[in-house]
Design a protein around this ligand. Structure first.
Ligand SMILES: Nc1ncnc2c1ncn2[C@@H]1O[C@H](COP(=O)(O)OP(=O)(O)OP(=O)(O)O)[C@@H](O)[C@H]1O
Ligand SMILES: [Mg+2]
Length: 421
């Protein structure tokens, strides 16, 4: 097969041929017209070569850009380049985590930001362009999906002219989580030092107050007002005692004592306690306990308390349907988990608060301590389990505890559970 000549090359050949022919004519005739034809042909040839070179350069630039994009796309950090006209020229894959910058390139940076921040943004970009110090060269961006730290720096050409601004974005959600845990641990440690003393100072007078109220009720049984106030005193004393108890539990947790246990048995007891404490009948809570769960090493009292706290929250959340307490086994072969879920159709937790509510002393209840979920978290940690709170489809909340089962070889046998009872 004859080799194909690319169109640009064949045009150059044709023109080159014409130039040669014109050259021959000019020499043969020695006329001015011949020389003019020669000059025209030569400049045509030059133009075609220049065009071919420009096309090759464009192809090379495009390939270099593709390579560059692939390199920045593979970076863990987000990279955004804003050109000298303050337009977003490049956003790598990780940078698209910032949703407002994820659109097609070429958009004005101002248009990617909320109105309230545009003036400040314009000022910072101006400072960077003029080479002035814009102050701290990083900022924290809070998005619905998480938190990001951005660092930015001006980009200059060799001659010092401003080419744009490069921003590097780091996802700091994990770091923040860690910092919060440390802060919470510090808070609780501080509470721990005081709690024993506070408990001692509060408990004795509280018991004396409750005893005095009981005495008044006994000697004045027919007095309606005394009865009413005595009950009020009882309620308040119970509440403060509950707070002191919870404080002591999180501040000075006892070492766990693990014994092989039936998860379902502990759950059934927790359900009984939670309903009884509220004077509710058994059908105020739906039980969906899977049969044949493997026995687990549990500190029964600690685990039960965690489940009671979750059930308390589910009851407090309200809703027309009764809350559900469910268990099931997930996994196959050597590894798996017993999953315990408390589901309710109550008021729900706003998505942005799902993490915050697990922190100590965070409560939305007039009489809450904000320690219930901290106690759950402690129990979960001690059992090397995991815990999550999620919004439930259709409304409400699902609290999930996953207890790892690491020794399962075959599907758990019914006898195993019976033996644990
Ligand atoms: N199932 C739920 N539905 C709605 N909100 C919940 C649920 N579980 C927890 N919360 C929210 O989390 C907050 C913290 O819960 P936590 O159990 O730690 O403390 P509390 O319930 O407020 O106080 P306490 O447990 O001492 O009664 C609650 O105040 C509530 O706002
Ligand atoms: Mg609670």
């Amino acid at each position: 097969m004859p080799a194909r000549i690319p169109p640009a090359r064949s045009a150059a050949l044709v023109l080159g041929g014409a130039a040669l022919a014109a050259c021959a004519a000019a020499f043969a005739e020695g006329t001015v017209a011949g020389v003019a034809v020669l000059a025209a042909a030569a400049s045509g040839l030059f133009l075609v070569r220049a065009r071919a070179q420009a096309a090759a350069a464009r192809r090379e630039t495009a390939a270099a850009l593709t390579r560059l994009q692939a390199i920045v796309d593979s970076m863990v950090e987000g990279v955004i380049f804003v050109d000298a006209d303050d337009r977003v020229a490049l956003v790598n894959e990780a940078g698209k985590a910032l949703k407002n910058l994820a659109g097609p390139p070429g958009r004005a940076l101002q248009d990617c930001h909320p109105q309230a921040t545009r003036e400040m943004l314009g000022r910072v970009m101006g400072w960077l362009r003029e080479g002035q110090n814009p102050g701290p060269s990083h900022s924290i961006i809070k998005e619905k999906e998480g938190r990001y730290e951005t660092t930015y720096a001006p980009v200059r050409a060799r001659d010092g002219s401003h080419l744009g601004v490069v921003m590097v974005i780091r996802d700091i959600a994990d770091r923040r989580r860690l910092e919060r845990r440390l802060l919470d641990a510090e808070r609780l440690a501080a509470v721990g030092q005081m709690s024993a003393q506070v408990a001692h100072e509060l408990r004795n007078p509280l018991n004396a107050i409750a005893g005095a109220a009981q005495y008044l009720r006994r000697i004045l049984p027919a007095h309606g007002e005394v009865k009413e106030y005595a009950e009020l005193i009882d309620d308040e004393v119970r509440r403060v005692n509950h707070f002191v108890d919870e404080l002591l539990k999180v501040a000075r947790p006892a070492d766990p004592v693990f014994t092989p246990s039936s998860v379902n048995k502990v759950l059934a007891e927790a359900a009984r306690r939670a309903t009884l404490a509220r004077g509710l009948s058994g059908d105020a809570l739906r039980l969906a306990l899977a049969p044949h769960l493997p026995p687990l090493d549990l500190d029964r009292a600690m685990f039960m308390e965690a489940v009671v706290n979750l059930l308390d929250n589910a009851f407090d959340a309200g809703g027309v349907e009764p809350p559900e307490l469910a268990s099931r086994f997930e996994g196959e072969g050597g590894e798996g988990a017993v999953v315990v879920e408390v589901r309710d159709r109550g008021c729900g937790i706003p998505a942005e608060d799902l993490e915050e509510v697990t922190r100590p002393f965070v409560t939305t209840k007039a009489r809450g301590t904000g320690l219930g979920l901290v106690i759950v978290g402690r129990a979960v940690d001690q059992h090397r389990a995991s815990f999550s709170l999620a919004r439930r489809e259709g409304g409400g909340t699902i609290a999930t505890v996953r207890l790892p089962v690491r020794t399962v070889r075959a599907p758990p046998a019914p006898e195993a559970e019976a033996a644990a009872r």
